[in-house]
Design a protein around this ligand. Structure first.
Ligand code: SDX
Length: 431
């Protein structure tokens, strides 16, 4: 924690309370209110946590006004252009870029944890074939705590390490098998001779009836999408993982909670919702109708893939994703993809519109990702599972950081109670 030389003074009636102010290495100062209730008998009030820092962290930093995102200090644009997902995983988990030897060891460890316990296949088979893959992932990841008992003791650093590796390694297998199950095709086992992204494409798209060649262009695009979604400060799903972990729950249960939260259309479910929106718009000439709906207070419609709690400038991930969309669609020979044309025109019109400018609404990470994923052959139902797969390392890194924090306490917010004051029970004959 930084120095506490500065203080804020809160005056309530004729009483004043001094609250320490801490200065971060980047971003706004924070006011420590931990003793406020004991000193002043009042709570702070911040539904949605728009002005609340829930923890210390050294992992990811976002400057929403400047459109900056860094992981351990490295800008996302540099990591997306020069690094690759497993190297970013190492960086998020351990705080520094690995040496060549460290990276080789880490990649070897992850590769050898990609298989699932054979009996876990029965969990998939318990779902209807038309179950959303996110439902399957929540169930199967939670069920991992029933199979991997030797990595559920969060007090044991070695077990925390093994659980971290197992989750990062097995999520592509779980996501791919959820997809295969939904289309009635046999599960494809991971291969140790393929890199992380190629292995995922192989498990999703190969069939036993014929050889499958992983297109290196698609593998690179897949890896970049994983990197762009890896971590993002204290977003809703990461905060869910931290809150679940604060009770001492095992890592598999915590990550299952994170997956469930990510599924919402306001969060990770926006990539699926955005592509469905672009399909509903269908053509450039229908864009004004949807822009008008997005601005209409009486219409619950929102432009999916637009807006962000933190970014009040371009989401730097969306910038990289847009470049990647151009490259991938061009290389796949679908550069005149009508959805991409609608997306680009929608972005152009929205960004020129006073409503979006005044509310500082820009495309976020979900605006272009779905276009790439659909061009790669994924159904929209697989978009959020791919987000969950990518974000597992972020959830795990934040989970590890919280467990190592000596200040960690169980998360237990209070409330502004607006209900009935105490009253006596009324027998039914007297109601
Ligand atoms: C992710 O937190 C993270 O970091 C998340 C994430 C990550 O990596 O973990 O970045 C991933 O979840 C990205 C966001 C994906 N969601 C969407 O694209 C769904 C569409 N966007 C919105 O629902 C909304 O922008 C949120 C949920 C993303 C943010 O909502 P906030 O911060 O609570 O802002 P708000 O709802 O209070 O909106 C502020 C104003 C409102 O107008 P007023 O009531 O002030 O008049 O902007 C309007 C909103 O109506 N607004 C939109 C809009 N988003 C906000 N109007 C039209 N279209 C939109 N998309």
């Amino acid at each position: 924690m930084a120095d506490t030389a500065k203080t804020a003074t809160l005056t309530i009636g004729d009483q004043s309370f001094d609250l320490p102010i801490y200065s971060p290495t980047a971003g706004p100062d924070v006011i420590d209110i931990r003793k406020l209730y004991a000193q002043a008998g009042v709570f702070t009030y911040d539904p949605g946590f728009t002005s609340t820092a829930s923890c210390d962290s050294t992992i990811t930093f976002i400057d929403g006004d400047e459109g900056i995102l860094t992981h351990r200090g490295y800008p996302i644009g540099q990591l997306a252009g020069k690094s690759h997902y497993l190297e970013v995983c190492y960086l998020l988990l351990y705080g520094e870029l690995p040496t060549a030897a460290e990276l080789e060891t880490f990649e070897g460890t992850i590769t050898r944890h990609t298989m699932l316990h054979e009996q876990m296949q029965y969990f998939f088979r318990g779902f209807r074939r038309d179950a959303h893959p996110m439902a399957t992932m929540v169930g199967v990841v939670g069920a991992m705590s029933a199979f991997y008992h030797d990595s559920t003791d969060i007090a044991d650093p070695r077990q925390r390490e093994i659980a971290s590796h197992r989750l990062i390694a097995k999520m592509p297998t779980i996501a791919a098998w959820a997809y295969k199950y939904s289309i009635g095709q046999p599960f494809v086992y991971p291969r140790n001779d393929l890199d992380y992204a190629s292995n995922f494409l192989h498990m999703c798209f190969s069939v036993p009836a014929e050889p499958y060649h992983v297109d290196p262009i698609l593998a690179r695009a897949m890896d970049r999408i994983f990197t762009l979604h890896a971590d993002h400060e204290q977003n809703a799903s990461t905060s869910t993982v931290r809150l679940a972990s604060s009770s001492g729950a095992n890592p598999f249960a915590c990550i299952a909670a994170g997956i469930a939260c990510l599924w919402g259309p306001a969060h990770g479910g926006a990539n699926q919702a955005c592509l469905e929106m672009l399909k509903e718009i269908g053509s450039v000439d229908r864009i004004p109708e949807y822009i008008a709906r997005a601005k209409d207070k009486n219409d619950p419609f929102r432009l999916m893939g637009f807006g962000h709690r933190v970014y009040k400038n371009f989401d730097p991930r969306a910038t990289v994703m847009k470049q990647s969309a151009d490259e991938v669609l061009d290389l796949l020979g679908v550069e005149d993809n009508p959805l991409l044309q609608v997306a680009k025109e929608l972005e152009r019109i929205a960004l020129a519109d006073e409503y979006f400018a005044e509310k500082k609404l820009f495309p976020n990470v979900d605006f272009y990702s779905g276009i790439i994923l659909e061009a790669m052959g994924f159904p929209t139902s697989m978009f959020t599972p791919i987000f969950a797969l990518s974000r597992t390392v972020g959830w795990i890194s934040q989970w590890k950081e919280q467990l190592a924090d000596p200040q960690m306490k169980i998360g237990r917010p209070r409330q502004l109670y607006q209900g009935n004051t105490t009253r006596d029970y009324v027998d039914i004959e007297n109601r």
